[in-house]
Design a protein around this ligand. Structure first.
Ligand code: DD3
Length: 308
């Protein structure tokens, strides 16, 4: 902690450009309609791997944004001019050309595989499959690395981004914008609730003892989002992923008008349904066969397919 206030550390942080040392880069996947590209880069020294995600941001349609865009600040080269119709190749001022950039460094092979374009298949997991196949797989693959979640819960990072906190260690949680959301566009609102209690990995661990936790996330999360963003609960989709992408229980809050990834029936479980299912049967999620999509070449997918 103390060393971070030393000038030498500050200088080092500013001096090194995050893209410094990038040599090769190849495309893992490209989503043209989302104007985004997923890259695997090799970084010197040491030839370490990095995953870099580049996304073009939506237009700045604020008053100043439009005023600057539709002005002589934008360089134009005419392509076609015909009667009342004309087209141009336009180069706006740098402020309009911003890219949202996400970087994972150093990245493991699992990170690289995650962003590679891959066929997905629907698989079923009975509770026995979960205990005999999924859980041992998660433990073996060390899927439990959720250091970044602990950093948020311990206020080591992103504390200024917290929208709401209930600090009860059993039923409390932190609500904050998901990394995927750049907070400027309310229609693509995306927040996550990270629970304070450690060791609840996923939906599979939930029983009647967690009802106060789940009810609290639902009602307090809705209220906090209304208070801060003025979005009523009728506009929110509140759900849990199975399988999740990290095994520390978390709840997604997204705007209903926004097609957030992972909102389809093969991944999303509404929090209100989860609460009711557990109210009906305390061991619902230790009984129910769960269906989800997995990458075709993923070890877990292959193992579950074999058992069915
Ligand atoms: C992650 C799932 C995890 C790549 C990427 C994201 N929201 C996060 C660290 C900080 C965060 C998140 C893993 C990792 Cl792009 C691999 O997500 C995060 N902070 N989803 C916030 N606010």
């Amino acid at each position: 902690m103390e060393s971070s206030t030393e000038p030498s550390c500050k200088v080092a942080k500013i001096d090194i450009h995050p893209f410094h040392g990038f040599k090769e880069a190849r495309v893992l996947n490209e989503l043209k309609d989302k104007k985004s590209v997923f890259l695997h880069a090799v970084v010197e020294p040491g030839n370490k791997d990095a995953v870099v995600i580049l996304e073009k941001k939506p237009f700045d349609t604020s008053e100043e944004g439009l005023a600057s865009l539709l002005s002589s600040e934008t360089e134009l080269q005419q392509v076609i001019s015909n009667d009342i119709y004309s087209t141009y190749s336009a180069t706006p001022k740098p402020r309009h050309g911003m890219l949202k950039t996400t970087m994972i460094y150093p990245a493991t092979q699992k990170h690289i595989d995650k962003y590679r374009k891959q066929e997905v298949v629907v698989v079923e997991e009975t509770y026995d499959d979960y205990k005999n196949i999924t859980l041992p797989y998660l433990e073996e693959e060390n899927k439990f690395s959720v250091q970044w979640v602990f950093n948020i819960l311990d206020k080591q990072t992103e504390s200024e981004r917290i929208v709401f906190e209930d600090d009860d260690l059993e039923t409390g949680f932190i609500l904050l914008p998901d990394m995927k959301w750049d907070v400027s566009d309310l229609n693509s609102l995306y927040l996550i609730a990270l629970i304070h209690k450690r060791g609840i990995k996923s939906l599979r661990d939930l029983t009647a003892e967690h009802l106060p936790l789940l009810r609290g996330i639902l009602s307090k999360g809705q209220k906090a989002i209304f208070d801060k963003y003025n979005i009523p609960k009728e506009k929110l989709r509140i759900y849990v992923h199975y399988q999740p992408s990290y095994y520390h229980l978390h709840v997604h809050f997204t705007h209903n008008d926004f097609d957030a990834p992972g909102t389809t029936v093969t991944r999303a479980h509404l929090l209100s349904d989860i609460i009711q299912n557990i109210e009906i049967a305390a061991n619902y999620y230790q009984t129910k066969t769960l269906t989800f999509v997995g990458r075709k070449e993923d070890k877990l997918t292959i193992a579950l397919q074999k058992s069915n």
